[in-house]
Design a protein around this ligand. Structure first.
Ligand code: PRP
Ligand code: URA
Length: 207
């Protein structure tokens, strides 16, 4: 069954509303992006395997756990960079692969302009892209990471998804897990998400 998880938390709802607000300025926008990414990163990490390890507390020895899997974070340039810092704070030993994709303004087709990926076999790959609009960029990114050995149940993490984007990703990659903070109404004639938050990359980088 296709996996879509939309985080449901009062803090996330508050942060999302402030991110959407057109009057939110760049520095605040970046800080909100960092904060909304934390619950998404925690949710993404639920798939991580654990192994047991002994730990000595000040009083006795007990059995604890440590993360047993390697993680590869793959932000999709540019906007995915806005999610990287929070993921690295929670999973500091992750490797990082970079994919540069850009939508054509007319056709919304995503073209690749950069790709540098570490080994993905045996790792949990977390693809980071804040906007899942038509799903073209996500599918392109998924094709690339799958070709390099990422598992079929790779996770894509967005901040806002459209129903069209979710449907397209699951039609092409039925096993992919999608984690998001909001599923919005749909796309406008320029394939922007409504109500959305506008152009994520422009707001993050001030272009
Ligand atoms: C935006 C966004 C996603 C993509 C989503 O990137 O960051 O990558 O559009 O749209 P899609 O689902 O229709 O493919 P954009 O191409 O504008 O590049 P940027 O991140 O450099 O701003
Ligand atoms: N990319 C964005 O930044 N925003 C959208 O609404 C769609 C694609």
């Amino acid at each position: 069954m296709s996996y879509l998880h939309c985080i449901d938390h009062p803090l996330a709802a508050d942060l999302m509303t402030r991110l959407r607000d057109r009057t939110t300025k760049q520095a605040k926008y970046r800080a909100l992006c960092d904060r909304i990414t934390f619950p998404l990163a925690l949710e993404a990490g639920k798939v991580l395997g654990l192994e047991e390890r002994e730990v000595e507390t000040p009083l006795e020895t007990t059995t604890g756990h440590r993360l047993a899997e390697s993680i590869v974070l793959v932000p999709i340039l540019r906007a995915g960079l806005g999610m990287l810092a929070s993921f690295l704070q929670l999973y500091p030993r992750s490797s990082v692969g970079i994919l540069g994709l850009e939508r054509d303004e007319e056709t919304a087709k995503a073209d690749t302009y950069y790709c540098k990926l570490p080994k993905l076999e045996g790792a949990q790959t977390f693809l980071l892209d804040p906007m899942l609009a038509t799903g073209g960029s996500a599918c392109r990114g998924l094709h690339m990471v799958r070709k390099r050995g990422a598992a079929p149940d790779t996770t894509i993490i967005s901040i806002i998804a459209s129903p069209e984007g979710v449907e397209r990703v699951h039609a092409e990659f039925p096993e992919v897990r999608i984690i998001t903070a909001a599923v919005d109404r749909g796309l406008n004639e320029h394939r922007y998400i409504l109500p959305g938050l506008g152009d994520f990359g422009d707001r993050l980088f001030g272009t």
